[in-house]
Design a protein around this ligand. Structure first.
Ligand SMILES: *Cc1c(COP(=O)(O)O)cnc(C)c1O
Length: 392
């Protein structure tokens, strides 16, 4: 018999009822070190005092008015994002997939408004993940995402990951945009080299098309910069973000230049909940902490310690692990045994990690992890690995 919760997830038999910083706690009091952060969402850990304060204060004042009226908190959030990025304008959403939808619609509208409706195709990469809406699964392709959901949305040219020559060949008179994640998250922590990001920017410029960077997972300080593209010294035209921006509250946004957004005029897009006063109060509180040089420097420092430890872990368990990859606190461990077994052994050792494609275990801890928590996490991962080895 079907469960009351639609059974689309193979859930671990764990149920947390409380969170404190990098720790999640079960009903019985059992504590787990959270190196997944709800898939790169809880950037400040759980129940961060500043976010609790923002939630409680705004929660007592006003939750929702709709976008029929001005929303001062939404304006503040948009102004902060504009001040801190390439963007001139922001559409606020409730999730990543909605931010991606906005990005795709914006790219198409940009050209149709210019009298070039034939320019509607978007070049994307295999192994990508852009969310679960019809447009987002059509953009990413991949059997697991699309099987049984035909007919898909047409208009995507899905190319081998990072193949710049294939991009050059695919871009033509019908191309509106190139869309990519700087580092594949669900796709297994595979990084587009800075040179590839610069090539994509150059191709988009030469062809007069738009570059969309999906920074839903890589953004909000995850790599040690506020957004991952900053490392490559380029900027996109459109950037969907989500995950970390709400610190655990459902929130996303689509950032864009004035040029890219030129077709998104009155009445062309909307959302009932998107950018409501409560969500935006929390988004502002997250940004005020994360978008500071000191915080981001802390991410890089912590990432250095964690990465060094993970390299040691891989070296100590050569039968289980092949490599560490990724950037900042978006790290992946390549596995030589099924990644699900590694994650399950982590549960036994009271540490949470996340699987990814390509037999990778993702390490995506809160960005404000202490050195002691890094070391404790490494100890627990080592205990998990040793237990797994003993069973091989
Ligand atoms: C998580 C994710 C999404 C989808 O976000 P949702 O909030 O689940 O809709 C899209 N793109 C990337 C890169 C992601 O990591």
């Amino acid at each position: 018999m079907i469960t009351p919760v639609l059974p689309t997830y193979a859930r671990a038999p764990l149920a947390f009822v409380e969170g404190q910083g990098a720790w999640l706690i079960e009903e019985g009091g059992e504590r787990y070190l959270d190196f997944g952060a709800g898939i790169a969402v809880a950037v400040l850990g759980h129940a961060h005092p500043a976010l609790v304060e923002a939630l409680e204060t705004q929660g007592r004042r006003l939750w929702h008015t709709s976008n029929l009226y001005r929303i001062p908190n939404q304006e503040r959030l948009a102004e902060k994002l504009v001040a801190r990025t390439f963007a001139d304008t922001v559409f606020v959403t409730n999730s990543g997939a909605e931010a991606v939808e906005c990005a795709i619609k914006m790219a198409r509208k940009h050209f149709s408004a210019k009298g070039q409706p034939e320019r509607h195709r978007i070049v994307t990469f295999e192994g990508a993940f852009h969310g679960r809406t019809m447009a987002a699964i059509s953009a990413a392709g991949g059997e697991k995402l699309v099987k049984g959901f035909d007919p898909l949305l047409p208009g995507f040219d899905i190319l081998p990951f990072g193949d710049i020559e294939a991009v050059r060949a695919a871009v033509g008179p019908q191309t509106a945009a190139i869309m990519a994640e700087p580092i594949l998250g669900e796709g297994g922590i595979r990084q587009l080299p800075d040179a590839a990001l610069r090539d994509l920017r150059a191709i988009a410029d030469a062809e007069g098309i738009l570059l969309i960077l999906d920074e839903i997972q890589t953004g909000m300080g995850r790599t040690g910069r506020l957004f991952a593209h900053e490392w490559a010294g380029i900027t996109p035209d459109i950037m969907p973000i989500a995950k970390g921006i709400g610190g655990g509250f459902p929130l996303g946004a689509c950032l864009a230049t004035e040029h890219a957004a030129s077709g998104m005029t009155l009445g062309t897009h909307g959302s009932t909940y998107g950018g409501n006063p409560l969500a935006c109060a929390i988004g502002c509180a997250v940004l005020d902490i994360v978008a500071t040089p000191e915080f981001l420097a802390g991410v890089s420092r912590t990432a250095g310690r964690l990465r060094q430890g993970l390299e040691g872990l891989v070296a100590a368990h050569p039968k289980l692990f092949s490599e560490v990859r990724g950037q900042g606190l978006m790290l992946g461990i390549g596995c030589l045994v099924p990644n699900g077994e590694v994650v399950a052994a982590g549960y036994d050792a009271k540490i949470l990690t996340v699987v990814a494609a390509g037999n990778v275990v993702r390490i995506l801890p809160p960005l404000n992890l202490s050195d002691a928590e890094v070391d404790e996490g490494l100890r627990r991962l080592d205990a998990a690995a040793s237990a797994l080895e003993a069973r091989q």
